[in-house]
Design a protein around this ligand. Structure first.
Ligand code: PGA
Length: 250
């Protein structure tokens, strides 16, 4: 099964619009000839317009880090799918563990956001992953099953085509601890199984499942060599153009 890998940068709350432009002016020429993988950069929402402008005509897509499920309304601080589309975004990260941990995202809001993103034609990157205590208590499989089941709830197989999933063990995010390729593969297999139950085997066979959590230029090759790993969601190591280039070209 050949699945085109997705290498996505999650900048979190780093970089101003000017800094986003600066990064992209340096980064784009470095990857201009790279067609093996899809490249996505997800800056803070204040940077999205500048980033979209900077990547015009290039092989790099721009994604947001979150969205709200309502079209518009009295939701201070939130951004809708329509606004992301109007800004020129094509992708959106949903349910990142930092959103779940600090900003009240739940399995149910992840489901609402996923439905909204798919309906709008955005490519959602839905994050799942266990925290350290859950892994140590042997609960990883239960947690991943629950997160997938609830995220995929009541979504029709007809509408799900663009879905991308990211497995991000929370204990590996920003800690320098990476899941071994073997351990990540096991989690990916389980997630693929849940996708097969929800949307059918053919869909699951084509589903891209990214790994995230301390992906660096030094470990990208070994992770990407795993058949089950279809790309990476990269935080810290995506903030520098050369470092992100090295990961893209693992
Ligand atoms: P990290 O973050 O690469 O800095 O560990 C990954 C993520 O949170 O998406």
């Amino acid at each position: 099964m050949i699945r085109k890998k997705v290498i996505a940068a999650n900048w979190k709350m780093y970089k101003t619009p000017d800094q986003a432009g600066e990064f992209l002016r340096e980064f784009l020429p470095l990857v201009a000839d790279h067609s093996r993988d899809e490249i996505v950069v997800c800056p803070p929402s204040i940077d999205l317009c500048a980033a979209v402008e900077a990547v015009k005509g290039s092989n790099v897509a721009i994604g947001a880090q979150n969205l709200h499920w309502e079209k518009e309304g009295a939701y201070t601080g939130e951004v809708s799918a329509g606004m992301l589309l109007a800004a020129g975004c094509t992708h959106v990260i949903i349910g990142h563990s930092e959103r779940r941990q600090y900003f009240g995202d739940t399995d149910d809001t992840v489901n609402l956001k996923l439905k909204t993103a798919l309906e709008a034609g955005l490519t959602p990157i839905v994050c799942v992953g266990e925290v350290l205590e859950e892994r140590e208590a042997g609960l990883t499989e239960d947690v991943l099953r629950r997160q997938c089941l609830r995220a995929f709830h009541a979504i029709s197989a007809k509408k799900v085509a663009k879905l991308v999933v990211a497995y991000e063990p929370v204990w590996a995010i920003g800690t320098g601890k990476t899941a071994t390729p073997q351990l990540a593969s096991e989690a990916h297999l389980l997630i693929r199984g849940e996708a097969a139950k929800a949307f059918g085997q053919a869909f699951a066979d084509n589903l891209r499942i990214l790994y995230g959590g301390s992906v660096k230029p030094e470990n990208a090759k070994a992770l990407m060599a795993e058949e089950e790993i279809d790309g990476a969601l990269v935080g810290g190591a995506s903030l520098d153009p050369k470092s992100f280039e090295a990961i893209v070209k693992y």
